[in-house]
Ligand binder design. Structure first.
Ligand code: PGA
Length: 269
């Protein structure tokens, strides 16, 4: 199939991020990460052309960190959430300081499941973004609209509003990632079209330019998330403003996730 993929050596390194959600305990995590590493290594795909990040549950982080370190596995480690506070009487919360000590590079903030099931407001999300930056973590700021919101206010309004709120007080040189995840496409198999993803991702890049300047907009990676699979990843990666994917369900199946990481090689799958 004729394709027109952007060269991997473009200004933004593609990021394929696996959000495990509440799946895989720390023993299963070891087996999974080892198998993923072998699969990608065998396919000669640990060549640095795509950054791979895994986001295990908190209880797996220490184990996965030790494994990545001991076996020199070139995956970045991320957490699925962080407290807006640094320490103190916040039962059940996890400080960014603890995540930084575990060599976590990324932290997902404002995922729609946190917004929906834990009532996280834009204000809470902004506080968590600040906490991540304080501790040298790269926030992966998630935004996206429900189907009703899309019908009511169009495809971009909600994501723009959420991103503007999350970027309040963020300095122009901050390192962060944005993930556009339409709520109606998460875990539903009802994937957005590449054009729909591009429309919102392009708009979000404009928001970054308006708030933080052109440099930040050109440098920052904007991901698409929502029912990404090996069969549709290449179509998203062809879009100029989609720099990678935040993958849920398909990140739990080694061969499928490895095939997503290898999107440049298997176009047309
Ligand atoms: P999904 O989840 O790939 O299972 O749709 C994406 C996400 O929630 O990050």
């Amino acid at each position: 199939m004729a394709v027109n993929l952007r060269p991997a050596q473009g200004p933004r390194l593609p990021l394929i991020a696996g959000n495990w959600k509440m799946n895989l305990d720390h023993l299963q995590a070891v087996a999974f990460v080892q198998k993923l590493h072998w699969t990608l290594k065998d396919a000669k795909h640990e060549d640095g052309s795509v950054e791979v990040a895994v986001f295990p549950p908190f209880t797996d982080l220490r184990t996965v960190q030790t494994l990545l370190d001991a076996d020199k596995i070139p995956f970045a480690l991320g957490a699925q959430d962080v407290s807006a506070q640094d320490s103190g009487a916040y039962t059940g919360e996890i400080s960014g300081a603890f995540l930084a000590k575990l060599d976590a590079r990324y932290v997902i903030i404002g995922h729609s499941e946190r917004r929906q099931y834990h009532a996280e407001t834009d204000e809470v999300v902004a506080g968590k973004v600040q906490a991540a930056l304080r501790h040298g973590l790269v926030p992966v700021i998630c935004v996206g609209e429900t189907l009703e919101q899309r019908e009511e206010s169009g495809p971009t309004a909600v994501s723009v509003e959420q991103l503007e709120a999350a970027l309040a007080g963020v300095p122009a040189d901050a390192d962060f990632v944005v993930a556009y995840e339409p709520v109606w496409a998460i875990g539903t198999g009802q994937v957005a079209s590449p054009e729909q993803a591009q429309e919102v991702c392009g708009k979000l890049r404009e928001v970054i330019a308006e708030k933080l300047g052109q440099d930040a907009a050109s440098r920052t990676r904007v991901l698409y998330g929502g029912s990404v699979k090996s069969g549709n990843i290449a179509s998203f990666m062809r879009e100029p403003d989609v720099d990678g994917a935040l993958v849920g369900g398909a990140s739990l199946v080694v061969d499928e996730f490895a095939a997503i990481v290898r999107y440049q090689k298997h176009v047309g799958v």
